[in-house]
Design a protein around this ligand. Structure first.
Ligand code: GTR
Length: 390
C-alpha cells in the first residue's frame, strides 16, 4: 500500500511538472484587460480620472478576486523597544528590536521588528524593510550569522537603514494554521469569500510596521522601501498597492500572482498555486483555476496601482517557474499609468540580457544569473536604484 501511494505521489508530481509550460513558443495568444478603461467603458486620459475612478476600481477587483479585503480598523497599536544596542556591527549601527502590538476586540498580535540604523546618519534615514518568508537565521540580530538574503552590513555601509519582520508573526505559512495570527483579530474575514488570507495578512503587517516608522525619529518614513522575495514579493506588491505610504516597492522572483502575467500561463499557474497554497489567496480566486482569461485583472494592473512610485521587479535566469519574461511584460504594460504622471519609462522594448539591470526609475528590472533566491547582487542593485532616484 505504501509503495502504491509513493508511486501515485510521484506520478502526480510528474504530471504536474509536465503540465507547466516553459516554452515561449507555446504561450497562448491572450488579451490583457485594459488598465485605462473604466468598467463603464470610459477611457482614462488624465491623472484625476485614474486616481478618482479607475484606480479604486482596480484595487477593489484585486481585493474581491485575489488578495482579499484589507482591514483598516484596529483599537490601538503599541510600540515597545525590547532590546537596543547602540554599538551594533562594531559601532556602525544602532540595533532596535521593537514589539509592534496591535489590539482589536480584546485580542492582540505582536510583530517582532528588527531594525538597524546607521550611526553616522545626520538626518532621518530611508529604510529597506524585508517581509521575511524564510528562516529567521537570515535576519540574525546578533550578526553572528550572515546571509545574502538580508545583507544588513552592506545596506548600513551604503547609508540606509534595514529592517525585517517574519511572516509567521502575521499568519503562519501553513494551510491548517494560517488563521492563528492577524485573522484572530478579524475572524469575520474567514467567513467571507473575499476575506483576507495569508498574503494579505503579511502585507497588513508591513503597513503596521510603516505605522511604527512614522513614529521613529531615526527613520525617514517618506522613504520606506518594502522588499519581498517570492511569496514575500507577492506580499510586498500587495502592500505597496494598498498602502501608498510606501515610497518604493521591490519584488524579487514573485512570479505567479506576483509580478508575472497570469494569462501567459508560463511556469506556475493559478490552479497550481491555489492547490498547493490554498491559504494564500481568498476563496473567490479559486474560481479562476484554469481560467486565467476570465480574471477581470492581470498582474500589470497590480503594478499600475504602485504608480507613480518606483517599482523594481527582479528575477533569476533559472527561475522559469516565476516567469521572468512575463514579469518584464507586466511592467511594460504598466508604463501607461506612469505616463499619466508625465513619467517616461526607461525600460527597453524587449527584456534586457541576464545580469543587465535597468536601474532607472520609475520602472526598474533585472534578471540575475542563477536560481530562485534573493542575493547580495540583488540588494546591491536595490541600493543603486535608490541612489539613481532624482
Ligand atoms: C513556490 C511557489 C511560488 C513561490 C515560491 C517561494 O513553491 O510556487 O509561488 O512563492 O514557492 O515562495 O519561494
Amino acid at each position: 500500500m505504501k509503495q502504491f501511494l509513493t508511486a501515485l505521489f510521484l506520478l502526480v508530481c510528474i504530471v504536474n511538472s509536465v503540465a507547466q509550460n516553459y516554452d515561449e513558443a507555446k504561450v497562448p495568444a491572450y488579451v490583457l484587460p485594459e488598465i485605462l478603461t473604466t468598467s463603464a467603458g470610459q477611457e482614462v486620459k488624465i491623472r484625476k480620472a485614474w486616481e478618482d475612478v479607475r484606480r479604486p476600481e482596480i484595487l477593489k477587483l484585486f481585493e474581491d478576486n485575489i488578495y482579499g479585503q484589507m482591514p483598516k480598523d484596529y483599537d490601538s497599536i503599541r510600540y515597545t523597544l525590547k532590546n537596543e544596542d547602540k554599538a551594533a556591527m562594531n559601532g556602525k549601527a544602532r540595533l532596535k528590536e521593537v514589539a509592534v502590538q496591535v489590539f482589536r476586540n480584546k485580542k492582540s498580535i505582536q510583530i517582532n521588528l528588527l531594525l538597524f540604523v546607521p550611526n553616522n546618519a545626520k538626518k532621518p534615514t530611508p529604510v529597506f524593510v524585508l517581509i521575511n518568508n524564510r528562516g529567521k537565521d537570515n535576519t540574525d540580530p546578533t550578526r553572528k550569522i550572515k546571509s545574502g538574503f538580508w545583507p544588513a552590513e552592506m545596506v548600513i555601509d551604503s547609508g540606509y537603514a534595514i529592517a525585517a519582520f517574519h511572516v509567521s508573526d502575521l499568519a503562519p505559512d501553513n494551510k491548517e494554521t494560517y488563521m492563528n495570527g492577524v485573522l484572530q483579530l478579524y475572524p469575520e474575514h474567514l467567513k467571507a469569500d473575499n476575506g483576507m488570507r495569508a498574503i494579505g495578512a503579511w502585507a497588513w503587517g508591513a503597513s503596521r510596521v510603516m505605522d511604527y516608522f512614522e513614529n521613529d525619529k531615526d527613520i525617514d518614513a517618506k522613504n520606506v522601501i518594502v522588499v519581498g522575495h517570492s511569496r514575500g514579493g507577492k506580499a510586498s506588491l500587495w502592500a505597496a498597492a494598498q498602502d501608498q505610504r510606501f515610497a518604493v516597492c521591490v519584488t524579487n522572483c514573485s512570479g505567479n500572482t506576483g509580478a508575472a502575467l497570469a494569462r501567459r500561463q508560463f511556469g506556475e499557474r493559478i490552479t497550481r498555486i491555489n492547490t498547493t497554497f490554498p491559504h494564500w489567496f481568498n476563496n473567490n480566486y479559486k474560481k479562476f483555476n484554469d481560467k486565467e482569461n476570465e480574471l477581470p485583472v492581470d498582474q500589470h494592473m497590480l503594478i499600475a496601482l504602485i504608480a507613480p512610485r518606483p517599482l523594481y521587479a527582479t528575477n533569476a535566469s533559472k527561475d522559469l517557474w516565476a516567469d521572468p519574461t512575463g514579469t518584464f511584460l507586466a511592467l511594460k504594460k504598466a508604463e501607461e499609468v506612469y505616463a499619466l504622471y508625465g513619467m517616461k519609462s526607461k525600460l527597453p522594448a524587449n527584456p534586457p540580457g541576464i545580469n543587465v539591470p535597468v536601474l532607472k526609475p520609475p520602472l526598474a528590472y533585472h534578471n540575475r544569473e542563477g536560481e530562485h533566491d534573493l542575493t547580495a547582487y540583488d540588494w546591491g542593485n536595490f541600493i543603486k536604484l535608490m541612489r539613481s532616484r532624482p
